[in-house]
Ligand binder design. Structure first.
Ligand code: SUG
Length: 452
């Protein structure tokens, strides 16, 4: 008997949009705050992301792309009381509330780890892949992503026989949901039932739970529990864990800044959870029920101080199957130039060690806003039949890569400052670019401006 073709994990990376900028919009994300008002290079940002996608596709990994959103989002500014022509709306917002214009212009949809929480069909009651777009209620510039994200996910995963799409949770502080950035799936193989680890920063209703003091906790326990319910997960295959409030206060605004897991490996920092040992034990027990054995690689404070983990983004990495067997860890270039972090990572590589190889990528433009390799991708484990039901134009191959690079070169600016966000030409350029892109990806009319 020939074995059934395997289920594979695909990475859906966000294509950086033409308005990529540094607006200091994310209090609690230290990189975003530090780089506020610096000059951005949208063209370089998009090409850096594409280079990572291409390198992973070349390794034989399943790689796809998700389109950016229409920005500046004039519709948001209109809802906030700015009126007139599009150009008049931009000008009035720039004058009266530049911070609202910056939020409406942010290209933050590039960080697709925050697009949605995804549960593969092996885990769900109806054996479909479930998607819940994140409401991103904690930040204005991110909360406005949810409706477009929902439209895009429905266009990319259209077949209701395979894919179930939920609405984002109500966008209110009690239900703050940041998507896959706070969700890790552990399993023996991607096609087998796994364990879904939901990490939250606070609880709206558990008044005794510790909370961070300095920075906001974006994800609530109540939101995580709702997503697990919506996806029809087996309760014994779900673990809820609280993020360490001290880590949030040190700049760990999502769990994927301090932990990454794939298949049977959980790689994290000792400061990741309020009670690391209890989390490992709960995941270990749940995974054992599926026949799997959890491996934990925990870095202690004396190996990599929390501050160095945040500065280098070493945990915001992609844990992937190495083409020659074993595991590949994809990290940002900032890890290679950080001697202590790089030495620690090299110590994890080799025969009998958890990793085969670590590769660093230059994602500096995104990193300056607190977005590393793991932020830029949404993982979706797909059976061959499900993969065949994905909109075919989004899979990245040599041809699409070449076309997208040329498209970026044609439409993107190589410098963008805050003052440029009100330029009506930037809006026109972005719309022209997106109109061409939807045709290039074969996605039809996605954006309101295309529907007239
Ligand atoms: O939500 N930065 C994003 C970074 C998201 C990273 N995602 C994950 N860790 N999965 C955020 O804080 C900064 C935008 C600005 O300041 O211009 C920003 O939105």
């Amino acid at each position: 008997m020939t074995p059934a073709p395997a289920c594979r994990e695909a990475n859906f990376d966000g294509l950086v949009g033409p308005t990529h900028s540094y607006a200091g919009l994310s209090f609690g994300n230290v990189a975003s705050e530090r780089n506020a008002a610096s000059l951005a290079n949208p063209r370089a940002a998009a090409l850096q992301g594409l280079a990572k996608m291409k390198a992973l596709a070349d390794l034989g990994l399943a790689q796809a792309v998700l389109p950016p959103h229409e920005r500046p989002c004039v519709a948001t500014l209109r809802r906030l009381g700015f009126a007139g022509s599009d150009a008049a709306v931009l000008a009035a917002a720039a004058r009266a509330a530049p911070e609202l214009l910056a939020a409406a212009a942010s290209a933050s949809a590039m960080w697709t780890a925050n697009a949605a929480t995804v549960s593969p069909s092996a885990d769900t009651a109806d054996a479909r892949v479930h998607f819940t777009p994140a409401n991103l209620a904690a930040k204005l510039h991110r909360a406005i992503e949810a409706p477009t994200t929902a439209t895009i996910l429905r266009a990319v995963f259209p077949d209701p026989q395979h894919f179930a799409h939920h609405d984002p949770l109500p966008a209110t502080p009690a239900l703050g949901d940041e998507g896959a950035a706070n969700h890790t799936r552990l399993c023996t193989t991607h096609g087998a039932p796994g364990v879904e680890l939901f990490v939250y920063g606070r609880s709206e209703f558990d008044r005794d739970a510790l909370e961070p003091r300095r920075y906001p906790a974006r994800q609530t326990r109540e939101a995580s529990a709702a997503v697990a319910r919506l996806h029809g997960l087996r309760p014994e295959a779900v673990v809820f864990a609280q993020q360490n409030p001290a880590a949030i206060d040190a700049g760990v605004f999502h769990n994927d800044v301090i932990a990454v897991g794939s298949e049977t490996l959980l790689f994290c920092h000792a400061a990741a959870f309020t009670d690391n040992a209890a989390v490992y034990e709960a995941v270990r027990r749940a995974l054992a029920r599926t026949g799997g054995a959890l491996e934990v690689v925990e870095l202690r404070e004396d190996q990599v101080p929390l501050a160095d983990a945040v500065a280098s983004y070493l945990f915001n990495s992609q844990l992937l199957a190495h083409p020659e067997g074993g595991r590949l860890l994809v990290v940002p270039e900032e890890c290679r130039t950080h001697p202590r972090v790089w030495k620690t990572l090299q110590g994890l590589c080799g025969a009998g060690r958890p990793l085969r190889e670590v590769r660093a990528f230059d994602l500096r433009e995104s990193m300056k806003n607190g977005g590393g390799p793991a932020c830029l991708r949404l993982r979706v484990a797909l059976t061959p039949a499900e993969a065949a039901a994905v909109a075919p134009g989004v899979w990245l191959d040599e041809t699409l890569y070449t076309r997208l690079c040329a498209w970026v070169d044609r439409h993107y600016r190589d410098r963008l400052a805050e003052a440029d966000l009100a330029d009506p030409q930037l809006l026109d350029e972005s719309r022209r670019a997106l109109d061409e892109l939807t045709a290039l990806l074969g996605l039809g009319a996605l954006y309101p401006f295309q529907r007239g």
